[in-house]
Ligand binder design. Structure first.
Ligand SMILES: [Zn+2]
Length: 154
């Protein structure tokens, strides 16, 4: 006879999580670079956005404007589709940031902040078009983060 195995839940950390379903205030796409997590989080909170659905790919908005490979854009468009289906999302907020390694860092812009911002503005125009093409009714907002704060680019 097979030995009866008991599966135990051995918690390594305990904290309660809410189980209520929700409507996402926005789908957020921002870079995994942790230097700019805090400011983005505070900004989103300051807007009163509740239950954001987040995605943290390297480069943030880059996945829609100049993806690393052809599958990246499709993958994140799929994530937006799921957020809409599951959490009735009506808005996407795209972020990219200063000195982003996925873009080659600040050095790629010869340490010129205006050059860097202009480049990101152009990227955001493309990213917004790619998302609007697939989801015409979705509101898309684009932002650039630097060491002093957050700039709206559309
Ligand atoms: Zn980055």
């Amino acid at each position: 006879m097979a030995k009866k195995t008991k599966t135990k839940r051995a918690y390594v950390y305990k904290e309660k999580s809410p189980l209520e379903h929700y409507r996402a205030g926005a789908f957020i796409v921002r870079c995994l670079d942790s230097r700019f997590w805090r400011v983005a989080k505070h900004f989103i909170k300051s807007l009163g956005i509740k239950h954001p659905d987040p995605a943290f790919p390297a480069g943030g908005a880059k996945v829609f404007a100049s993806p690393f490979d052809e599958y990246e854009t499709e993958h994140y468009l799929g994530q937006i589709a799921k957020s809409i289906k599951l959490h009735h999302t009506k808005k996407v907020m795209l972020f990219s940031h200063h000195d982003c390694g996925a873009y080659g860092g600040f050095a790629k812009f010869k340490n010129d902040p205006e050059k860097e911002l202009d480049f990101h503005r152009a990227e955001h125009i493309i990213a917004e078009e790619v998302i609007k093409d697939k989801f015409p009714n979705l509101e898309v907002e684009t932002y650039f983060i630097d060491e002093k704060g957050i700039i709206r680019t559309n």
